[in-house]
Design a protein around this ligand. Structure first.
Ligand SMILES: Nc1ncnc2c1ncn2[C@@H]1O[C@H](COP(=O)(O)OP(=O)(O)OP(=O)(O)O)[C@@H](O)[C@H]1O
Length: 512
């Protein structure tokens, strides 16, 4: 295992398989010392699996990762080995102990090497203050980690890797995704400053943003379907060219066009000049019964704020929301439900599944008001009939109605949650990533159910990270970019294809 001294690490013929999935397919990749290397590709392209192998969290099925201090192979891998090689991975969800202080977290696991090298609390406090200052954060070494905003925690995880572990190969997995734009800019500028100060460092930056990669990297590698399809000098390429590499040339033929749908009835929802949270600055649109409308955009583009405002989760919104001709104020989820809105949140396990409760209870909870008699007792037989009909109609695989929902697969849980959405006969159904974390076999059933059942008597709005999925089931797609809708795509019209959706989301110019 030898490495060209100009390189920080080399991925050589690396493959990673999971049952039924070839996540990374014979990838070769060189990352140089002193460079910021972007890694970009659509969802599921294999970026995270690749960097997880470089960080020793997953062993390659084949191939090796080589650094100047040694390598990682199918038989010799592991996070502590990667750490010894000077590799650190920073992710969106830092693994900190919420109850410990910032200083304790930053120095966790760094045992004194000798009595003379003892890390006294005064030293860890002082060094923590220095890290905090380098990152320009508002925090103190003694603050409880769990009390700090996630953004601060993420930056501290970065600070630990760079300033305390002094790693030389630093992998950043989408850490810019949830940062405010000022924080993002200052972090990316800090990367450049660090590289100038320490030319042996390298940063490998996974990002979904073409503009970010164009603005802050030296070279960029594009992943598609598990393969590295290109490595480009950023200064010699354009955003358009990069987007072309990401999408590939198969996209245009994937979708079966149908005629442009017509919706003659009055709209169920009219939104005017909606402004909500930090990210949504302006939104105007109408939605009809029977229509499935996609919201597409990068994180922070305003699409999530829009859907949350429509479910009463952003009480400070401004603008007008008219449902079935009536002006409504949606200051709380309760008010939204009363107005006829149902919502499927993105974080199913934390926000929608009732853990340790049965399939039956999870299936009927939204319908309790109509399944309870005048004395307040639940009508058991009706509840069972409702739950059974959800299970049968959506082909939910469960050993019974009374078993805890926890044992069901992600796809089967999601079917239960989607089934219960229609119990209140909503006029507007909001779905945030309905196929997130769902096994592949359940996806077609879920999409069919959205298309055929949920939209039968309601207007449906759906957010999805998958352009393919949006193009498959939506009638119309609104493209959000930097807080507003920059493009509307209609089924049956030119541009209703994966390539256009992807480029429009990235703000890369596409002909209208
Ligand atoms: N633990 C796992 N078990 C089975 N399949 C997996 C596992 N982890 C990832 N995959 C699959 O490997 C493929 C590549 O996933 P990966 O997370 O690397 O994509 P990505 O490019 O990072 O996407 P995203 O941008 O959405 O994070 C996908 O098909 C994914 O479903």
């Amino acid at each position: 295992m030898t490495l060209d001294p100009s390189l920080s690490f080399a991925v050589q013929g690396v493959t990673r398989r999971f049952p039924g999935v070839l996540a990374v397919d014979s990838v070769d990749l060189d990352v140089r010392k002193g460079e910021i290397h972007g890694l970009i590709g659509k969802n599921g392209a294999g970026k995270s699996v690749l960097v997880s192998m470089v960080a020793g969290l997953l062993a390659p099925s084949q191939g090796q990762i080589v650094t100047s201090r040694g390598g990682l192979t199918p038989s010799q891998s592991g996070p502590s080995r990667a750490k010894k090689l000077g590799i650190a991975l920073v992710t969106q969800e830092p693994a900190f102990a919420a109850d410990l202080s910032v200083a304790d977290n930053l120095f966790m696991g760094r045992h004194p090497a000798s009595r003379l090298n003892f890390l006294s609390p005064a030293i860890t406090r002082r060094q923590s203050s220095e890290v905090i200052a380098q990152l320009g954060l508002r925090a103190r070494p003694e603050d409880r980690m769990g009390d700090l905003p996630l953004e601060t925690q993420q930056l501290l995880a970065f600070g630990r890797a760079v300033f305390i572990e002094k790693a030389s190969t630093i992998l950043l997995d989408e850490i810019t995704a949830s940062l405010t734009s000022e924080r993002k800019d200052s972090l990316l500028k800090l990367l450049r400053r660090l590289i100038v100060e320490q030319p042996d460092l390298s940063f490998t930056l996974i990002s979904h943003h073409v503009s970010e990669v164009m603005g802050f990297t030296d070279r960029v590698s594009v992943m598609r379907d598990g393969e590295r399809v290109a490595t480009l000098e950023t200064s010699k390429t354009t955003a358009r060219e990069l987007a072309d590499w990401i999408v590939g040339d198969v996209a245009r033929t994937e979708i079966n066009y149908t005629d442009e749908p017509e919706f003659a009835s009055p709209p169920v929802l009219t939104v005017r000049a909606l402004k909500a949270g930090r990210s949504l600055s302006q939104l105007d649109f109408q939605l009809h019964r029977g229509e499935v409308l996609g919201f597409a955009g990068l994180e922070g583009s305003g699409k999530d704020a829009a859907i949350e405002a429509l479910y009463g989760l952003v009480p400070t919104y401004s603008g007008s929301i008219v449902m079935d001709g009536r002006d409504v104020r949606l200051r709380s989820p309760k008010m939204a439900q009363t107005a006829g809105v149902s919502f499927l949140p993105k974080h199913r396990e934390e926000q929608a599944v009732i853990q340790n409760r049965s399939v039956l209870e999870n299936a009927i909870i939204a319908g309790l008001p109509v399944l309870t008699n005048r004395l307040g007792f639940v009508r058991r037989a009706e509840c069972e009939a409702v739950a059974r009909s959800i299970v049968t109609r959506l082909k939910v695989k469960t050993p019974g109605l009374d078993v805890p929902i926890d044992g069901l697969s992600g796809g089967n849980k999601q079917k239960i949650l989607l089934g219960r959405l229609s119990l209140t006969a909503p006029r507007l159904v909001l779905l945030n990533e309905p196929t997130r974390g769902v096994d592949i076999s359940a996806k077609p059933d879920i999409l069919k159910m959205i298309r055929e059942d949920l939209s039968a008597n309601a207007g449906v709005i759906m957010i999805s990270e998958s352009e393919e999925e949006l193009a498959e089931i939506c009638d119309r797609i609104l493209i959000f970019y930097q807080g507003r809708v920059i493009r509307e795509l209609k089924r049956g019209k030119p541009g209703f294809d994966v390539e256009t959706i992807y480029k429009a989301i990235q703000g890369v110019e596409v002909p209208a």
